[in-house]
Ligand binder design. Structure first.
Ligand SMILES: Cc1cc2nc3c(=O)[nH]c(=O)nc-3n(C[C@H](O)[C@H](O)[C@H](O)COP(=O)(O)O)c2cc1C
Length: 333
């Protein structure tokens, strides 16, 4: 039902995105979209260079006088940072550099980086703001919480700030894990009829599509270690999805995010022109991407849930969709 595409490079003029299949009649203030973009851009652990990026968004289609029209939604974000890096034959590890050059026959690793860069997720975030808003209007809410950073459990932003400051002082970066909880999801979304229609399959695919996300799980973190009887006695331990279908319980997901590979401390890289191993460092990289990834993940999950709601209930306008969902909730109560 819902589809999206993005285009653009990180130091190009702009990045764009299209969201197709979104219903008409959803009144979304532009400030809501800007707020979502700001949460991603200024998330904990991001580089000061983010302050020079802007959330200067233009909505180019599908939105009139603050309300969606049912036409494809177009977004356009200008890139404030335009100084393109020089052509490079240096292949950094844990990045798309080598695979991208081989795959597309490119001689400049910079061309790979321009598109593989997480700047693209700003366009995704802008598009995902629409399903987030729609889901909120339908009583479905998303919250994310980072609970592990740099291999340590954390319970407050202050602890996280200390870990981030220590990594920064050491010229290093950190990975982490976050929990994503979704409340208000009606029972009956998704299906076991085909593997690809399983709700967790769709959620995991969209969450794993966020750069640096390396694992996605559903249910309580120690689910695999629980005896079956304990699992059965703890409602919701399976994370609100049973047999590929939402059960009506809160949906509980966990994602891990790898450390940012660009570090201030030089690490080995392969220089194709010099034919030798050289040192590569980055002074502008984020210290951790886990907080920003958690915000993007809320949007990614909203995209999947909005899609499944549209699949089940249909409707070209918010009035049609919300009426059908309300009726369904009444019937299954
Ligand atoms: C919001 C966000 C910001 C990121 N910032 C950086 C960065 O500043 N430097 C970097 O080297 N990687 C950064 N990354 C990670 C890279 O995008 C990612 O590690 C790279 O694309 C390869 O990882 P993959 O194999 O998961 O795609 C960021 C990721 C996200 C989600």
């Amino acid at each position: 039902m819902l589809k999206y595409l993005t285009a653009g490079e990180s130091h190009g003029k702009l990045i764009t995105g299209i969201l197709d299949g979104f219903p008409a009649g959803v009144s979304i203030p532009k400030e809501f979209i800007c707020g979502q973009l700001r949460r991603r851009r200024l998330a904990l652990g991001r580089s000061p260079r983010q302050k020079s990026e802007s959330d200067d968004i233009i909505i180019t289609g599908g939105w009139h006088n603050g309300c969606t029209t049912g036409a494809p939604i177009g977004v356009l974000l200008r890139n404030a940072v335009r100084n393109k890096p020089k052509p490079s034959g240096v292949l950094r590890t844990c990045h798309a550099d080598y695979g991208g050059m081989v795959k597309y026959g490119l001689e400049d690793a910079g061309l790979v980086r321009e598109r593989a860069s997480a700047r693209e997720t700003a366009a995704r975030m802008a598009l995902f703001s629409f399903p987030v808003f729609l889901c909120n209007e339908l009583g479905i809410n998303f919250s994310s919480c980072v609970y592990s950073l740099g291999g340590r459990e954390i319970s407050s932003p202050e602890e996280a700030e200390k870990i981030i400051a220590a990594a920064q002082a050491a010229g290093d970066t950190a990975g982490g894990s976050f929990r994503l909880e979704i409340s208000g999801v009606p029972a009956g979304l998704g299906s076991y009829a085909q593997g690809s229609r399983r709700m967790f399959s769709a959620l995991a695919a969209e969450l794993a599509a966020i750069p640096a996300v390396k694992s996605v799980s559903c249910g309580v973190p120690d689910l695999a270690a629980m005896p079956g009887t304990a699992m059965a006695a703890a409602p919701g331990s399976c994370g609100g999805i049973d047999g590929g279908i939402s059960s009506g319980d809160n949906i509980l997901l966990h994602c891990s995010v790898k450390p940012v590979p660009g570090t201030k401390t030089a690490v080995p890289a392969r220089d194709l022109n010099a034919g030798q191993i050289v040192s590569s460092s980055s002074s502008t990289s984020d210290i951790t991407a886990v907080y920003a990834a958690a915000v993007i993940a809320e949007g990614a999950a909203a995209f999947v849930i909005a899609d499944l709601i549209l699949e089940k209930f249909g409707g070209d306008s918010f009035a049609e969709l919300s009426g059908r969902l309300a009726q369904w909730r009444k019937e299954i109560r």
